[in-house]
Design a protein around this ligand. Structure first.
Ligand SMILES: [Zn+2]
Length: 363
């Protein structure tokens, strides 16, 4: 480990906090010009000033000087689920930086622990499914042995195939989730899911992100539509849900509420599903939208579903605490964070033995 900060890391941590170079300079008692030169590799950041900058960035010095290679951030999805939402450039950089630092933390926490997923995860070529994302979704369901019918817990399915799901704030409500797949094929993909999403929305979002992870390597024009089609079929296969949506009318909201509970899909998504499967006409679809507006259900739907919480990282932290003799402070250090933000973002368990048998192997 060097005693000099890596310029790229200073930039990343600064951007993850939404600070400008001027903000950081002021917080550290240094000039904006100095910070700028540090980040441009024109001045080395060491000694007293390094401590000041780490303090202002609320991170351990170790994170800034860590010389393990910073992998180019591969964001497979930087999309806007809310159509009219706008993300400005600095928010976008902030989300990218947060995602990157989340990966640094996850990689740190996973060090010394080998995950043994139920199934190996492979990227899929959509051309093998004649370009049909629904066919790809059916194939994934089959190869992962997802039982027919509704998926009880989507996050559990994703974690079982080795995807690391992290629930943390993405500092904007315009972005539901981000997923990345490291270039190093041996490392697991990570899905960062924004906090505060209703469970039905989170379920759809995580399936949508799964489509990006499996199907998209370079940004494509219709990737968002493809991911939505994949998500809808993955959550509620047409063959099973179509008969239940047949003959739907705007008088059938009680039925939609019941289907929402059954399939874990929002009423809005079920109406969309009915439309896409030709169970309702254009006119009916518009009537449904008017009715949803009148009911105020576009903002808040009835029938909240149980939350889905990721558990892999929690179990990894449990192993470090109970079997490797780590303290919470040491765990935070492993994650490249100070204890307070680490506890706030990763909610480490108490130092008690794991309650359930682990599917983890320690090399
Ligand atoms: Zn997307």
């Amino acid at each position: 480990m060097s005693d000099q900060a890596r310029p790229r890391m200073v930039t990343l941590v600064r951007e993850s906090l939404g600070l400008t170079q001027l903000d950081l300079g002021e917080a550290a008692g240094l000039s904006q010009g100095y910070i700028s030169k540090v980040e441009s590799s024109l001045l080395p950041l060491t000694g007293e000033n390094l401590l000041k900058v780490a303090d202002a960035l609320k991170c351990p010095v170790e994170l800034l000087v860590d010389d393990t290679p910073v992998q180019g951030l591969e964001v497979t999805c930087m999309h806007h689920r809310r159509r009219h939402s706008k993300i400005n450039a600095s928010t976008k950089r902030r989300i990218e930086a947060l995602t990157h630092l989340t990966r640094v933390s996850v990689e740190g926490l996973l060090r010394g622990i080998e995950l043994v997923p139920d199934t190996e995860l492979h990227r899929l070529d959509l051309d093998l499914f004649d370009g049909d994302p629904a066919a790809a979704a059916r194939a994934v369901r089959a190869s992962w042995r997802v039982p027919t019918g509704p998926i009880h817990n989507v996050v559990e399915v994703l974690e079982a195939v080795g995807i690391i799901v992290v629930a943390r704030s993405l500092v904007t409500n315009a972005q539901d989730a981000v997923s990345t797949w490291p270039r190093d094929g041996g490392r697991p993909p990570i899905m960062v899911v924004n906090l505060g999403l209703p469970a039905d929305r989170q379920r759809f979002t995580t399936c949508h992100e799964l489509a990006h992870l499996l199907l998209h390597t370079i940004p494509e024009d219709d990737q968002e539509k493809q991911a939505d089609i994949f998500a809808a079929e993955f959550l509620a296969p047409a063959e099973e849900i179509a008969p239940q949506l047949a003959g739907l009318t705007t008088r059938d909201f009680p039925r939609l509420i019941q289907l929402k509970a059954q399939w874990g899909m929002s009423i809005a998504a079920l109406i969309r599903r009915a439309y896409d499967l030709d169970e309702i006409s254009d006119r009916q679809y518009r009537q449904f939208q008017i009715r949803l507006n009148q009911l105020g259900w576009k903002q808040l739907e009835p029938g909240a579903l149980p939350a889905e919480t990721p558990s892999t990282l929690t179990r990894v932290m449990e192993v470090h605490l109970s079997q490797h003799g780590y303290t919470i402070d040491e765990l935070a250090k492993t994650a490249g964070m100070l204890p307070a933000p680490f506890k706030a973002h990763y909610r480490p368990p108490r130092e008690t033995p794991p309650a359930t048998p682990l599917r983890l192997v320690q090399p």
